[in-house]
Design a protein around this ligand. Structure first.
Ligand code: G6P
Length: 495
């Protein structure tokens, strides 16, 4: 598409679109990515598809009621796009140049912050030019939001790519009510201190009225760091700023559209497809499943090794158990991700080569992404869901599996280092660094009695169905609305 095109061209789509207008909104969401992905059709034309993430689903009702706008990058470099309306939602693209994709997105966001915030399971790189690009791009997002937000609007900024936006936006628009939510872990103080720009990041976040984290421990890490590094007064979850403002730091564990996913899983087509998947694997007694973005934080290597050893040593028979690992392609130009891909390719090849038989590879490895309906069928098909990240902010796959098990059957093996472990206490919890422990947990998850599995699943289902994404968004937005008003200034309440 040429940069001068008025709207992203859509061919063969049933979405209602209108000509662009510069939107003004009472509710503004800012995320690195827009809620729609661009897809390339076979004939070369481009199309837009709602991103599978639950965030849009959660925020859609409040966006519609308030004529909300979503500010984000559409995923391609060097391609400025005008604002457009997609299915009644105002989308405001922020362009990135190819240098910025390299330095802000692949570099500082995913080569520095991502590994640093995930317990340095990969080595974070610190480059001054990456930081400069991060500052520049954050400023661009903040400027766009300042144009779009109505007087007194509520603005909700998402995730680690945009941690400077709260402060930048407050500087230009002190009338706004600003919330920030971090979807990934916030690291312990000892690790965060490594960051040469630690103070700027903390000050960036303090531009918000409410800073949300997945877990209470993360909020505490943040408050402690603010006290140590920025020297503001703090009390429990509140930071007191010299200008009289108070910033609250609190946990809001994110969730999924649980009833929507369960409804999809209940469709006869999902069960038919689940049966077909099992059939094509020779109807094994146990089907184990992993679904992850191909990321070094996810513990893929550890889980595949544990499973491979169980087969190799004869604890499990190859006819008895099969492992499907879906690894969705991600950040493929970042060095660590390329290395990981080769590593997993080799490991799967080695295990299948060593212990497989004709027609019986123990691991089916799929480097691909699938539509939601196929995911629901996979969750229905799996006896054991294996979620073993080395560190994870929440992990929604674990919650998705639980939502799909409406017969209260199946078993979840879950790393204690996933945020979800705090809520899904009845999972078979594992330390993914302990291969023997993981082997034992996998065996328990397969061989425990049905009654035991039902007991666990029932409790987890109650947790997930009661605390869905709608609950997450409304709790955060309510607290944001009630956060103390700076200098008594009024903001418009959301509808
Ligand atoms: C994680 C992050 C999100 C990010 C997603 C996909 O869930 O918390 O902010 O959008 O991964 O990664 P990508 O780099 O493709 O946006």
């Amino acid at each position: 598409m040429s940069p001068s095109s008025p709207v992203p061209q859509v061919e063969g789509t049933d979405r209602g679109r209108t000509k662009p207008r510069a939107p003004k909104a009472a509710f503004v969401v800012i995320a690195n990515r827009l809620p729609v992905d661009r897809v390339q059709n076979a004939d070369g034309s481009t199309d837009w598809r709602t991103s599978p993430g639950g965030l849009v689903a959660a925020l859609e009702p409040v966006m519609r009621r308030n004529g909300g706008a979503w500010i984000g990058w559409h995923g391609a470099a060097d391609e400025p796009l005008d604002p457009f309306e997609d299915d009644g939602l105002q989308l405001v693209p922020v362009p990135l140049s190819s240098d910025e994709v390299e330095e802000y997105y692949e570099g500082f966001s995913n080569g520095t912050l991502w590994p640093l915030y995930h317990d340095v399971v990969a080595h974070p790189e610190f480059h001054r030019e990456w930081w400069d690009s991060y500052v520049r791009v954050n400023q661009r997002f903040a400027d766009r939001a300042a144009e779009v937000a109505e007087d007194g609007a509520v603005v909700w900024i998402q995730d680690y790519q945009l941690q400077l936006v709260p402060q930048m936006l407050r500087e230009s628009r002190p009338d706004l009510r600003i919330g920030f939510f971090l979807h990934i872990p916030f690291p312990p103080t000892e690790l965060f201190q490594q960051l040469p720009w630690r103070k700027q990041i903390l000050e960036g976040l303090l531009g918000a009225d409410l800073v949300g984290f997945q877990l209470p421990g993360a909020a505490q890490n943040f408050v402690r760091l603010v006290r140590q590094r920025v020297r503001h007064k703090t009390h429990r979850e509140t930071v007191y700023l010299p200008d009289g403002r108070a910033v609250i730091a609190k946990a809001y564990p994110i969730s999924i559209d649980a009833s929507g996913l369960e409804a999809l899983a209940r469709q006869p087509e999902s069960q038919r497809r689940a049966d077909e998947i099992r059939e094509s694997l020779g109807n094994p007694e146990y089907l184990l499943l992993g679904i992850d973005r191909l990321d070094y934080t996810k513990g893929l290597r550890q889980r595949l090794r544990a499973f491979g050893e169980l087969i190799a040593e004869g604890t499990l028979d190859i006819e008895q158990a099969v492992f499907i690992q879906v690894a969705t392609p991600s950040r493929e130009r970042v060095g660590q991700y390329r290395l990981l891909r080769d590593d997993i390719d080799r490991l799967v090849g080695r295990i299948n080569g060593d212990v497989g038989r004709i027609g019986n590879p123990p691991i089916t490895y799929l480097h691909s992404s699938y539509p939601r309906s196929e995911m629901a069928a996979l969750y229905r098909a799996a006896d054991v869901m294996v979620v073993t990240p080395l560190r994870d902010g929440m992990n929604l796959v674990a919650k998705e599996y639980v939502a799909c098990r409406y017969h209260n059957d199946g078993a979840l093996v879950l790393s204690e280092f996933a945020g979800a472990a705090a809520e899904l206490r009845q999972a078979y919890q594992v330390n993914p660094y302990d291969i023997n422990g993981m082997k034992a947990a996998l065996m328990d998850a397969m061989c425990d009695t049905q009654a035991e599995k039902t007991r666990r699943m029932k409790a987890m289902r109650r947790q997930v169905m009661d605390n869905d994404i709608e609950h997450w968004a409304s709790t955060f937005l309510e607290d944001l609305a009630n956060a103390r008003q700076p200098h008594g200034k009024r903001t418009r309440p959301l509808l």
